[in-house]
Design a protein around this ligand. Sequence first.
Ligand code: 6R9
Length: 681
Amino acid sequence: MASGDMTSSKENAIFPPGEAVHKAAYVSSMEQYHKMYKESVTDPEAFWMKIAKDFYFKEQHSGKFFDYNFNINKGPIYVKCMENASTNICYNCLDRHVKNGQGDVTAFYWEGNDPMDCTNITYKKLLDEVCKFSNVLKSLGVKKGDRVAIYMPMIIELVIAMLACARIGAIHSIVFAGFSAESLSSRILDAECDILLTADGVYRGSKLIHLKQIADEAINLCKDKHKVSTCITVRHLTDNSFSDDVSDRPGKRPCSKVQVPWNSGVDKWWHILMEGASTECEPEWLKSEEPLFILYTSGSTGKPKGILHHVTGYMLYAATTHKYTFDYHAGDIYFCTADIGWITGHTYITYGPLLNGATSVLFEGIPLFPDPSRYWSIVDKYQVSKFYTAPTAVRSLMKFGDDPVKKYKRSSLQVLGTVGEPINPEAWMWYHKVIGNSNCTIVDTFWQTETGGHVLTPLPGCTPTKPGSATFPFFGIVPAVLSENGEEVEGPGDGYLVFKQPWPGMMRTIYGDQKRFEGTYFKRFPGYYVPGDGCYRDDDGYYWITGRIDDMINVSGHLLSTAEVESVLIEHPSVAEAAVVGKPHSIKGEALYCFVTLVDGIEFTPELVKELKERVRHSIGPFCTPDYVQYAPGLPKTRSGKIMRRVLRNVARGNHDIGDVSTMADQSVVDVLFTNRPEQD
Ligand code: 6R9
């Protein structure tokens, strides 16, 4: 774990909140933050019930706000919040605003990969489309509690699909459309999804991705264990299903760019199913503690974990964090660059913004296409005031210098958010000075798929920020720093970040695996939720995340387990053993560095390296292609046979100071590894 020394030099710089956001902020002083925070943790019921008043509940809540057990020694872990109320999150995202006269407000400006390709959709129109698709799902037999797999690009139909599931009480399981067929199939299998939603294809930059083909492959891979009965495909590259008016989308590509394989028993076109579907659909009223969605995240054993979120707690938390962290007001234009396939997209593209009646930009493309000024052209085009991206994107743009940024004014910007990994102070400063013209507040938001929403974050109207620190806890969050033996560190110091009491948006379990849920998050330190990150608290009480404490690697903001990648490498017939570590990378944060021991008699060749890289890329997804594959005649191991990844991390970095190796069985393997290092950047 990193020590306090590492962060102390950065602590000197403190930035006040940006003027513009401070002036009209919901929370404009630290006194106010402290007051609200105090109530949120000492009387959560009073705090959250005031917020719950803005939402529609079919059955009102009575009794305790929270019922929970965080101590594994006292019985099963559980969290219940407003348990006996009933509601529907889709109703709260759409119907509520339409009934309040906000039907004509734009919910999304959709900006295609091609800069000429754009459209928008109002709350009313979105509600109509969602009701239609809800009816389509119902007509296919989908009912409350059924799991629906979604493998779609960043198009409005993706939002429609997830809200339609939520409306009828089906559980959506969205799989990021950059995952391979194998990854998709294992997720379909784990949740036993009968229905899969996809699109014909999508362009990412100039690259065409045949989503339907990948979806077919996935269905085929699971067919012996589980049959997907229906696959619904959006005709995205050929036509638009919610508008007949082509002038809506001036840059629309001509038809028939993609050949779509078709299996008549299983496949259905989205636009055909939608024809004539009714725009009326009564929502399914769900109890607070009924499931809303599953989202898979990497687990340190290699098998992804299906994080399960329930309706009411997630709803309150998504809305409240979005409102306060971005200080969202009516009239703001909000743009989150994440993909809906990740938790950031679930909470801060779909649910949070819609619950707050916001107007957002939904962007299909990538930051470097057609050139590195794309984000800023979008910011100016829609006059974006609140912008949310990842450190990896900031770093990849930084490489091109200031000119692409300065081509645009960006004068509408007020809040700049970051998420996914620790942001290095250099990138923070560039984000602040160059992108934000030194006028914006940077909100470095620390959270996880499991937490549902932000848990450590500045509030943009009041928190003085320090580059690289996620600052202070959000309302309702009680963090602590624990030492190796589980004692709470008082005052400044470093250790394990933990949370002491529940908050509404936290996960409820791992789908189908309560034991793993308890083992992963509650076993190491009984009585605490353990997110798996190290942290340092400085003299002023600021929190600094120092990185993962397990064997997880963060590549461009995507968490991967070493075991997941190792198991793919080991499947290759030439590989006897594999060990994977992260190596710092100037843009991705960390790059995958793989060590492979080969089966006797096999030669280590450039072709084999290529094959192994391709294998990982193919079986997990292109975003996690290894940067390095190194031949390892032997791996450093403890006497009990555990691979010493700490030593391998030093080899990857070329750092000969490998520390204490007294537990290593055979120290000579390390010298060999240092001489075998492949060419580095
Ligand atoms: C939202 C999201 C969660 C892990 C988390 C941590 C890292 C996320 C961070 C951050 C430092 C931040 N992480 N935000 N580390 N500063 N602002 O990314 O969810 O994909 O589940 O990843 O990402 O390690 O534990 P998820």
